[in-house]
Design a protein around this ligand. Structure first.
Ligand code: ADP
Length: 650
C-alpha cells in the first residue's frame, strides 16, 4: 500500500516537475516561433520609428528656419518701391514664388492689378484673393493633442488614479516622436491666440504638452473620445494618407488612421492676429501651397507663395541616406506620393509603409515614411530563427519523451522488483516451512515410537532425508542466487556418469514423491556416458526441474525422466503432464523472480529462482536448458550438457 502510494507520488512529481514545465515551454516556444516574423518586423519598426522621430524634428526645425530666412531676407523697402524690392527678394531667395503686398485694410497692393500679370501672379490672385482680403476663411491645422491637452491630462489623471498606476510620462517622452525640442518650441496657436493660459514656466508647459501627446498616442480610447469631442465642436478631422504597420499584416485591410492634425476655418486676419510672421498651409486643387507672411511696420503685410519645387527639394535634401539594406526612407506629400525614391523601387506600395509619422501642422497630410528594403530578407531571417527554434523544441520534446519513458520504465521495474522481493520472502518462508513441518512430524513420530513397523520406520527416515534434501536445495537456491549475483560461485568439477547421477537423485526423491501420490519413471537411453561437472551443482539444477514438475505437474501426478544423447551432448529430459507454459512466457520463466502466477493467492508457492539458477549452473557447464511443450499435454524441460569423451578418444 505504502509502495503504491510512493509510486503515485513519484509519478505526480514527474508530471509536475518535468511534463508540465516541458509542455509549457514547448507551447511558449511554438507560439513565439509563429510570431517570430512579426517580432522581427516589430523590432525593426521600433528602430525605424526612432529614425522617423528624428526626421520629423529635422523637418520642423527647417520649416522654422525657412520662416526665419524669409523674414531676414526682406529689406524693409518692399512697400516704398515694390517692383524692384520684390523682384530683388525673389532673386535673392529661391523660396519666394509669388510675392505679395497687402495694405493694413487687407487690400492687395501687389501683384498690381494695373500692371502686367504673369501667369503665376494671375493664379495667385485667383486662388487667394478671397482668403487674404478676409472674405473667405480657410482651414487652419493644429495638433489635436495640444488643443485638447487639458482634457487629455484630466482624463488620464483620473484613469491613473482609478488603476493606481504611476504615470510614465518621463520614459514615454523619450520614445515619442513629437517630443523633440524643435517640436516643443513650435508656437501653440490656440493658447497664443486666446491667451487662456499663458505659460508661466515654459519647461513646465512643455512637460504638460509632452504628457498630453504621449497619453494621446498611448490610449486608443482616449484618442477616440478626443476626436469625438473635436467633431462635436465642429472641428474637422481628416484621415491620414498612409496606413503605418500595414506591411506587418498584409492580409488585413487596416483602416486608415485619423490624422493628428484637426482644422478649423479661420480668416486671414484671425490667423495673423497677435503674431508678427508665419507660414500658412493651403490646399488648392488638392495641392499643398505654403504662404509666408510678415507684418510690415506700416501695418500692411508682405508675403509670398513659397516655391513648391524649391521647398520639396530642400525638405527632401534633409533626408539622410534614403536607402539602406534594411529600410527605405522618404517623405510623402499630401497625395501620398514620395518626394524622392531610390531608383528601382517603383513597385513599392507607398501607402503601406512599415512606419510613418505626420510631420507638422504647417505641412498637413505630409508624412515621413519608412519601408522594408527587402521584406523577403526579414521573412528568411524569421524562417531561419524559426527553424532553429523548431529544432530546439523537437530536441526538447525528444529528450522529454525519452527521459520520461526511461524514468517511468525504471520506476516500473523498480516497483516490480520491490514487489517480487516481497513475495519472494513470503514464498521462500512458506516453501521452507513445508519440508520442515514434514521432517518434524516424522521425527516426532519416530521419537514417540508411534510406528512399531520397522519397514515404515525406515520409510519415515527416507522421507526425512528426502525432505532435508529438498530443504537444502531451497536454501542453496537462495544462497546460490546471492553468490551468483556477486559472481562468487565456484564449481568443483569432476568426471560424472550421467545416468547414475540422475538415477541416484530420483531414487532419493522417489519415496517422498510416491508418498505424495506421484508416479516417477526413469529411463536410460544413453547407456554409459560421462560429463565433467560439479556434482552438487548439477544435482541442484536437476532437482529444481524435478521440484517444478512436482509443483506444476497437475492432477496427473506423473514425472518421467529420461537421459538420451548425441555424439557430442547428453540430454536430460524432465517431463510432466501438468499445465505447461504458454508460448509468451517461455522466455520469462528463466528470468529471476519471475513467476507465471505471482499473486498472494497463487495455489503453488515458489521463489522464482528455481529455473534461473538451474539455467545459470547448466550454462556454467557449457550447456543449456530448453522448454518444449509435451505431446498430449505437459512440459518437457531439457538439459543439454557437453559429453566428456572417454579417455583416449579425441
Ligand atoms: P518457482 O517455481 O519458484 O516459481 P521457477 O523459476 O522454478 O520458480 O519457475 C518459474 C515459473 O515457471 C513458475 O512460477 C511457473 O510458472 C513456470 N514453470 C516452471 N516449471 C514449470 C512446469 N514444469 N510446468 C509449468 N510451468 C512451469
Amino acid at each position: 500500500m505504502k509502495r503504491k502510494r510512493s509510486a503515485s507520488h513519484l509519478r505526480l512529481l514527474f508530471v509536475l516537475a518535468v511534463v508540465i514545465p516541458c509542455l509549457a515551454l514547448g507551447v511558449i516556444a511554438i507560439r513565439s516561433i509563429n510570431r517570430e516574423k512579426a517580432f522581427i518586423e516589430m523590432r525593426l519598426q521600433r528602430t525605424i520609428d526612432a529614425e522617423l522621430v528624428h526626421m520629423v524634428s529635422l523637418l520642423n526645425a527647417d520649416l522654422e528656419r525657412i520662416n526665419e530666412e524669409l523674414v531676414s531676407s526682406l529689406t524693409g523697402k518692399e512697400f516704398s518701391s515694390p517692383q524692384t524690392a520684390l523682384a530683388g527678394w525673389k532673386a535673392r531667395s529661391g523660396l519666394v514664388g509669388v510675392p505679395f503686398l497687402l495694405s493694413p485694410d487687407l487690400k492687395i497692393v501687389w501683384p498690381s492689378l494695373s500692371g502686367m500679370l504673369s501667369e503665376d501672379e494671375r493664379a495667385f490672385l485667383n486662388w487667394n484673393r478671397e482668403f487674404i482680403t478676409g472674405r473667405a476663411p480657410i482651414p487652419v491645422y493644429q495638433n489635436i493633442a495640444l488643443v485638447y491637452k487639458d482634457e487629455i491630462t484630466k482624463t488620464q489623471e483620473s484613469l491613473d488614479k482609478k488603476m493606481q498606476v504611476v504615470p510614465e510620462a518621463a520614459t514615454l517622452a523619450e520614445e515619442s516622436p513629437v517630443f523633440s525640442p524643435e517640436r516643443a518650441r513650435l508656437p501653440v496657436p490656440q493658447e497664443e491666440k486666446t491667451g487662456i493660459r499663458a505659460p508661466k514656466n515654459r519647461v513646465e508647459e512643455v512637460q504638460v504638452e509632452q504628457k498630453a501627446i504621449s497619453d494621446f498616442e498611448r490610449s486608443p480610447d482616449l484618442r477616440k473620445s478626443v476626436y469625438d469631442q473635436a467633431r462635436e465642436k465642429g472641428q474637422q478631422t481628416a484621415q491620414r494618407t498612409v496606413t503605418p504597420g500595414a506591411s506587418l499584416s498584409p492580409e488585413k485591410k487596416a483602416p486608415l488612421e485619423e490624422s493628428i492634425f484637426i482644422s478649423e476655418p479661420q480668416s486671414f486676419s484671425e490667423i495673423t492676429q497677435g503674431r508678427e510672421n508665419g507660414l500658412i498651409p493651403r490646399f488648392i486643387q488638392n495641392e499643398l501651397t505654403l504662404l509666408f507672411w510678415k507684418k510690415d511696420p506700416s501695418g500692411g503685410f508682405i508675403g509670398c507663395v513659397i516655391d513648391g519645387e524649391t521647398l520639396r527639394g530642400r525638405l527632401a535634401g534633409l533626408l539622410p541616406n534614403i536607402y539602406t539594406p534594411v529600410r527605405i526612407l522618404t517623405i510623402l506629400d499630401e497625395n501620398g506620393r514620395p518626394l524622392i525614391t531610390p531608383d528601382e523601387n517603383d513597385r513599392l506600395d507607398w501607402r503601406r509603409p512599415l512606419a510613418a509619422r505626420e510631420i507638422s501642422e504647417k505641412l498637413p497630410r505630409w508624412e515621413v515614411a519608412a519601408y522594408l528594403s527587402s521584406p523577403d530578407a526579414v521573412a528568411s531571417r524569421a524562417n531561419l530563427t524559426a527553424l532553429i527554434l523548431w529544432i530546439l523544441v523537437l530536441f526538447l520534446l525528444v529528450a522529454m519523451a525519452t527521459g520520461g519513458t526511461y524514468i517511468l520504465s525504471t520506476l516500473r521495474s523498480e516497483m516490480l522488483l520491490a514487489r517480487q522481493k516481497t513475495t519472494f520472502v513470503a514464498n521462500v518462508s512458506h516453501e521452507l516451512k513445508t519440508p520442515l513441518t514434514s521432517i518434524r512430524m516424522f521425527a516426532e513420530m519416530l521419537k514417540e515410537r508411534r510406528q512399531p513397523d520397522p519397514e515404515k520406520q525406515e520409510k519415515y527416515l527416507d522421507l526425512m532425508v528426502s525432505e532435508t534434501e529438498r530443504l537444502t536445495r531451497l536454501i542453496n537456491n537462495v544462497l546460490d542466487f546471492a553468490r551468483m549475483e556477486r559472481g562468487e560461485r565456484k564449481y568443483e568439477k569432476k568426471r560424472l556418469e550421467v545416468a547414475l547421477l540422475c538415477e541416484g537423485l530420483i531414487e532419493g526423491q522417489r519415496v517422498r514423491l510416491e508418498h505424495n501420490g506421484f508416479k516417477v519413471t526413469f529411463q536410460n537411453d544413453l547407456g554409459e556416458a560421462f560429463i565433467e561437472g560439479d556434482e552438487e551443482a548439477l544435482k541442484q539444477a536437476i532437482l529444481n526441474l524435478l521440484s517444478n514438475a512436482e509443483k506444476y505437474g497437475g492432477e496427473a501426478r506423473r514425472i518421467d525422466v529420461d537421459v538420451t544423447g548425441t555424439a557430442d551432448s547428453v540430454l536430460i529430459n524432465v517431463k510432466d503432464r501438468g499445465i505447461g507454459v504458454s508460448p509468451g512466457e517461455v522466455k520469462k520463466i528463466f528470468q529471476e523472480f519471475y513467476r507465471a502466477d505471482d499473486s498472494p493467492t497463487a495455489r503453488v508457492r515458489g521463489s522464482g529462482l528455481g529455473l534461473p539458477i538451474a539455467l545459470r549452473i547448466i550454462r556454467d557447464h557449457g550447456g543449456d536448458i530448453h522448454y518444449f511443450p509435451r505431446d498430449e499435454g505437459g512440459s518437457v524441460f531439457q538439459i543439454r550438457l557437453p559429453r566428456k569423451k572417454r579417455e583416449g578418444q579425441s
